[in-house]
Design a protein around this ligand. Structure first.
Ligand code: NAI
Length: 342
């Protein structure tokens, strides 16, 4: 029996608590079978936390992540055009979670227009227009600062090449807009080129972001690892999730040198929140990444196999991927597949 893992849990809002509850139940069941146990430290963040504690990110939540070094997080709503700053961006900056690792891969049995997709987006997670440095210069003229540094660009490029090496990937593309933003994106590109020289066995290429969007729709199979800045990575992640069946599927890991927060690519989906329709797959696959991060490979493998068995069978799928099953029944199908695999 391995140690009990203390994990900070942030259910988030919108569909967050629905998918989080389903995922925790699956992890508990799989852990029990494979000898992994978890001690969940649960916290609100965002508007719900503010209502209870007067803080959007409670001090105790920061302390919990500092101590546990691992968190599983549901989506948190960010007000549009005003209100408090994004909780997601705040946490990524606070813990210097500079690398956002987002694998995009088809699930067995789920028919899409694009079979055979297997790519990784590596998104810089702390800089760019997400610095939140905005000002209304004079009425009618707004300015937003895009911050790109040599340090930030070099470390994300290294992360991407190291990931390519670790997962035996065949190519790294850096995605940029250095034709227009010659200084900021130019710096990002220079850093990628310098880092690429240290990995001569991994072919390296560069694509401009607008062309990349078209290429991803016409021929996504040409990509393997994409390394890019914060904003382009955000947009390309949603595009890529569309290639394999939607936002309900794609996981993510926010990684730094000290801590890691695992969360799906998707948001709080207010259009379906509270209806029991949300697909927990993206958060479940994020939890699988988390389990590998904390060296619980057997539990990770058991969950991934059960999840893939449910998709391969195709009878208990949620509405976003063409089925009619609700969140709870989907979770039950994964639990049954886990049980059946004993
Ligand atoms: P969204 O990702 O919440 O939803 C986009 C579309 O995908 C909606 O039609 C939604 O129903 C669907 N969808 C998303 N996840 C799904 C799931 N698990 N199962 C089934 N369908 C799913 O994006 P939107 O509407 O632009 O953002 C809503 C809120 O979420 C905003 O406040 C935004 O700031 C926040 N957000 C939070 C993130 C995070 O906490 N990491 C990431 C992205 C957005």
């Amino acid at each position: 029996m391995s140690e009990t893992h203390r994990i900070t849990l942030i259910p988030g809002d919108g569909i967050g608590p629905e998918v989080t509850d389903a995922v925790v139940e699956i992890l508990e069941a799989a852990g029990k079978r494979e000898g992994a146990s978890f001690d969940w430290h649960r916290f609100d963040a965002g508007a719900d936390a503010f209502a209870k504690t007067g803080e959007y990110v409670p001090k105790a939540l920061y302390e919990s992540i500092e101590q546990n070094r691992v968190a599983l997080k549901g989506p948190v709503t960010t007000p549009i055009g005003g209100g408090f700053s994004s909780i997601n961006v705040t946490l990524r900056k606070k813990f210097d979670l500079y690398a956002n690792f987002r694998p995009v891969k088809n699930l067995p049995g789920l028919e899409t227009k694009y079979p055979g997709i297997d790519l990784i987006i590596v998104r810089e997670n702390t800089e760019d227009l997400y610095a939140g440095l905005e000002v209304m210069v004079v009425p009618g003229v707004a300015q937003s600062l895009k911050i790109i540094t040599e340090k930030g660009s070099t470390r994300i490029a290294k992360f991407a090449f190291e990931a390519a090496r670790k997962y035996r990937r065949k190519k790294v593309h850096s995605v940029h807009k250095a034709n227009i933003m010659k200084i900021s994106d130019g710096l990002f590109l220079d850093c990628c080129r310098t880092v690429a020289k240290g990995y001569p066995e991994i072919p390296y290429a560069e694509h401009i972001v607008d062309n990349t969007c078209m290429q991803l729709v016409m021929n996504p199979w040409q990509y393997d690892v994409i390394v890019t800045e914060n904003l382009y990575g955000d947009i390309l992640s949603d595009l890529c999730s569309g290639l394999i069946g939607g936002l309900g599927l794609v996981p993510g890991a926010n990684l730094g040198t000290e801590c890691a927060i695992f969360e799906a690519v998707h948001g709080s989906a207010p259009d379906i929140a509270g209806k029991g329709l949300a697909n927990p797959t993206a958060l479940l696959q994020s939890a699988v990444l988390m389990l590998r991060h904390i060296d619980e490979a057997a539990t990770a493998d058991a969950i991934q196999m059960a999840l893939e068995a449910v998709y391969a069978e195709g009878k208990s799928l949620t509405r976003d991927v063409g089925g009619s099953t609700g969140t709870g029944a989907f979770k039950d199908a994964v639990l049954a597949a886990l049980e059946g695999a004993k």
